[in-house]
Design a protein around this ligand. Structure first.
Ligand SMILES: *Cc1c(COP(=O)(O)O)cnc(C)c1O
Length: 243
């Protein structure tokens, strides 16, 4: 049997422990909100981390992974060859829609009808509908991605007409702040818009919000999916630009 180097064993133990710690945080936050912890899905955000760490997380039972950059994600999928569930959580440009339609299971960052139409046209028959979320610009900062609350209903209506997409809900990345009250207010805004869309007849079940530093606030306000990177894989070496 091939010997596993000690340093690598240490990484394996760390990721398994980190995943368990994140699941414990989710369970505590859900319990505090009188919610079932099974109502909060965990997407492990593996951007900038090598395939070997994704493999370790998978070995520890994790199935869903989030990536921000299309090219990096495709390379990782090819290197891994595992039946994982892939979520695109970074901005998507129209010249990159085809590989996303062909290889991802979820897109969290829809903000334009044109991109939605291309994804639907390019989704291969037999793969089933691509799950999509509209990204809401909740903080209203011009520099941030996402659409304003006022633009959401029209975009949702146009996505609902596309045969190969299934609109599941909303995603948001509020500005980072240590102020728990502000975190909760931002997440509450997202949930309210989500509930309004449901009231208008859209069959939505997914509220993607909450990261390593604010998942408790997001879960308290109704998140059904949290996107966690740092708390599972450790700090990222560098931050890159767009997809
Ligand atoms: C990087 C990223 C995450 C993960 O953030 P952490 O703070 O490392 O947990 C979640 N969502 C999006 C959109 C990201 O870009």
């Amino acid at each position: 049997m091939r010997r596993i180097p000690a340093a690598f064993q240490a990484i394996m133990a760390t990721i398994t422990d980190n995943l368990q710690a994140v699941k414990d945080r989710i369970a505590r936050a859900a319990a505090a909100a009188q919610r079932d912890s099974s109502s909060v899905a965990l997407v492990a955000v593996s951007k900038t981390h090598p395939p070997s760490l994704v493999r370790e997380a998978h070995a520890a039972g994790q199935k869903a992974f989030g990536e921000n950059y299309v090219q990096e994600a495709l390379e990782k999928m090819d290197a891994l060859g595992l039946p994982l569930e892939w979520h695109l959580i970074g901005p998507l440009q129209s010249n990159k829609t085809r590989p996303v339609a062909e290889r991802f299971d979820w897109v969290h960052t829809l903000e334009r009808e044109k991109i939605a139409r291309r994804l639907s046209e390019q989704r291969p028959a037999g793969l089933g509908e691509l799950n999509v979320l509209i990204q809401l610009n909740v903080s209203g900062e011009r520099s941030k991605s996402g659409v304003s609350a006022g633009e959401i209903p029209a975009l949702a209506r146009s996505i609902a007409t596309l045969a190969n997409l299934r609109l599941r809900g909303l995603m948001a990345v509020p500005e980072a702040t240590p102020d728990v009250g502000l975190q909760r207010a931002r997440f509450r805004q997202v949930r309210e818009i989500f509930e309004r869309l449901r009231g208008a007849g859209f069959e939505l079940d997914t509220l993607s919000m909450g990261m390593s530093d604010d998942m408790e606030s997001a879960i308290a306000e109704g998140a059904t999916l949290v996107r966690i990177g740092t708390a599972i894989f450790g700090a990222r070496a560098s931050v890159r630009g767009a997809a």
